[in-house]
Write a protein that binds this ligand. Sequence first.
Ligand SMILES: *[C@@H]1O[C@H](CO)[C@@H](O)[C@H](O)[C@H]1NC(C)=O
Ligand SMILES: *[C@@H]1O[C@H](CO)[C@@H](O)[C@H](O)[C@H]1NC(C)=O
Ligand SMILES: *[C@@H]1O[C@H](CO)[C@@H](O)[C@H](O)[C@H]1NC(C)=O
Ligand SMILES: *[C@@H]1O[C@H](CO)[C@@H](O)[C@H](O)[C@H]1NC(C)=O
Ligand SMILES: *[C@@H]1O[C@H](CO)[C@@H](O)[C@H](O)[C@H]1NC(C)=O
Ligand SMILES: *[C@@H]1O[C@H](CO)[C@@H](O)[C@H](O)[C@H]1NC(C)=O
Ligand SMILES: *[C@@H]1O[C@H](CO)[C@@H](O)[C@H](O)[C@H]1NC(C)=O
Length: 326
Amino acid sequence: MIFVWLPLTLLSQITIYIVQSAPALMPAPARAPVLPAYEIVKPGCIPTCGGLVVPYPFGTSKGCYLENKASSFFINCSDHTPRLGKSSIPVLNITLDDHHIHILIPAARICYNDITAKFREYSVALRLSKFQVNSTLNKFTVIGCSTLALITGKRAQNYTTGCASVCDRVESVVDGSCSGIGCCQTSLPIGARDFEVTFQVYNNSILADIPCSSAFVAEQGFYNFSSSDLITFEKRSFPVMLDWAVGNQTCAIAKKNKASYACVAPDSTCIDSEYGKGTGYRCYCPSGYHGNPYLINGCIGMSIDLFLCHIIIIQRAMLFIIAIEY
Ligand SMILES: *[C@@H]1O[C@H](CO)[C@@H](O)[C@H](O)[C@H]1NC(C)=O
Ligand SMILES: *[C@@H]1O[C@H](CO)[C@@H](O)[C@H](O)[C@H]1NC(C)=O
Ligand SMILES: *[C@@H]1O[C@H](CO)[C@@H](O)[C@H](O)[C@H]1NC(C)=O
Ligand SMILES: *[C@@H]1O[C@H](CO)[C@@H](O)[C@H](O)[C@H]1NC(C)=O
Ligand SMILES: *[C@@H]1O[C@H](CO)[C@@H](O)[C@H](O)[C@H]1NC(C)=O
Ligand SMILES: *[C@@H]1O[C@H](CO)[C@@H](O)[C@H](O)[C@H]1NC(C)=O
Ligand SMILES: *[C@@H]1O[C@H](CO)[C@@H](O)[C@H](O)[C@H]1NC(C)=O
């Protein structure tokens, strides 16, 4: 079979083309999400919330999401904004292939009032019952001129880390550079399921024109430091990327209980969560297929589409060769 020898990169490009070109043929109403070609939710369940596609194991109503004690896979859509579980945290999107959820978390802030000689603090904490903050793709950033901000957690592990940002005047600060002058950045520990941001600011070193400091966790690439942010940061929120997995057992143990094993698509594969004991597993469609391995008919093949594409490509290649030869 000659067809098998196409490079993998080409295969994935072809898939993307096929999946995305189909809905374009039927113009959807403005802002309606583009539904993927595969089965997304259980029969009878609503596949979207606001502009977001909510794939199973997530779901917006009882019976439509994977049950666990904390309702981790429930997406509250009561005000047409997707919110995570029983919290009010907005969900930006959910991905099946790399098992990420992007949520929106506000920045913590502290301001010193010269007149009252008091601090006003807006603190921020996130507590997840199941998912982890991805430590590779999120960073903790602190903005200020006499600021030590700490980030602590105690759910999966007890940790405290922090970052200090110092500057003597706005002019000494370099835009884009987060290396301790006006802005400081650090990583979170691996597997953190919670964080709380607190400040230690000293009122005797506060610059009159920079009374506020901010600190936040944000997905990499969503914040570029600008010296003007020292003065006009205001209230802002940033996307935070979480890793998700199902169950609380390893694949080997989960597979033994057919009734609760989540990888239900035929031939789907199971991989243990990288976070270890009690953090569950993830399902993947068999190679050559894509979609939702958490549903029986969730994985769709690309063999027929690819077969057609191959014929076209091979015909084009032959035409090309003929054109060169003559
Ligand atoms: C694992 O999940 C099952 C089902 O949600 C639950 O009954 C059980 O208590 C959980 N076990 C642990 C150790 O959390
Ligand atoms: C969903 O969110 C609304 C507020 O937006 C809240 O009143 C309701 O209790 C939430 N539902 C659940 C099941 O948590
Ligand atoms: C999900 O949201 C994040 C943050 O807004 C964005 O970077 C990412 O590209 C989105 N992914 C998808 C598949 O829409
Ligand atoms: C974070 O996300 C990346 C990209 O999907 C993934 O490779 C990695 O395993 C995730 N977890 C950690 C702890 O970095
Ligand atoms: C964190 O520390 C507290 C108090 O020292 C302790 O009770 C708790 O078990 C610790 N948590 C973890 C996950 O180690
Ligand atoms: C700093 O705070 C202390 C006690 O809260 C107060 O006595 C002092 O006046 C403040 N200093 C400045 C420069 O505001
Ligand atoms: C940050 O800067 C980089 C490179 O200059 C740019 O590609 C990116 O779009 C910027 N991101 C934001 C959120 O401004």
